[in-house]
Design a protein around this ligand. Sequence first.
Ligand code: SD4
Length: 337
Amino acid sequence: MSTRRRFIKQSIIGAASVGAIGQLSAKTKRVAPLRPIVISTWDFGVAANRAAWEILGKGGNSLDAVERGVMVPEADLSNTTVGKGGYPDRDGHVTLDACIMDSEGNCGAVAAMEHIAHPIQVARLVMEKTPHVMLVGEGALQFALENGFERDNLLTAESEKAWKEWLKEKKYAPVMNIENASFNKERLPGNKYNHDTIGMLALDQAGNLSGACTTSGMAFKMHGRVGDSPIIGAGLYVDNEIGGATSTGVGEEVIRTVGSFLVVELMRQGYSPREACREAVERIVKKKPDIAKDIQVGFLALNKNGEYGSFALQEGFTFAVCEERDQERIVQGEHYY
Ligand code: SD4
């Protein structure tokens, strides 16, 4: 195993177009099954993957790895889109959504939960200690407190300041999480609140897949709004026979198409991870073309062989890959528009 630190900001297709498909799939697919491997959404996935690798690299299981991995952005106060420090809803409440799924089809989720810094841990506890899959709002908080989690104030001074700034105009237009400033400037002037979720998929040494997804949801959303991220089948899905998928972006469109489940089912039919993600993106475009052109949704998938791929609506989606200690890559996803 190499100890040399390698960190490559890899832009596979530059100004990607749908026509450049072969190029990407050739570079993101692996021929021989290789594991362990962990992949996760956006640039902040690098630090999360590193934490997951601490477990995977020692032969640990993928469930522990994804839980530990996504706890990194949850704990990062400078990250305004996941965990403590996330932007609040329009009434000033930081409400968090998370879910987790293991290789045996077990899953747990919390939605619209306040005051608990690590929703992914609560989601895992829902999975392991209750006969249910999802707890929401007050009930989720009550369950967390009863199980020893500490009540915390999740609203940081920085997020409160951004919210107060937003209150001046109160323009409720939670449209884009795209990390492409020029796109935002041209097409969505005034939209300065990028919004990104972490979705993570891991295949461990034993060949078992797990996934986790956690977010503070859209900035300044309506109180009580829940997106795709804590919904099994929408924001995350894992089938240990086939593979796993996760999503980021405007959750409403992912829920409408049951996106992550769709990606896994397409892989079952023989699609590569990348082709499956592309088909799911195209489904969104087909269903709601007028909405799709102005929003971001990105899918990320990993199959049982350790092959991975992604596809997004817009330019700017990135994901992080780790398959060896100190070997981290950020991959620029392909996009539809
Ligand atoms: C949501 N999918 O709440 C999340 C937000 C997100 O990048 O992923 N933003 O709809």
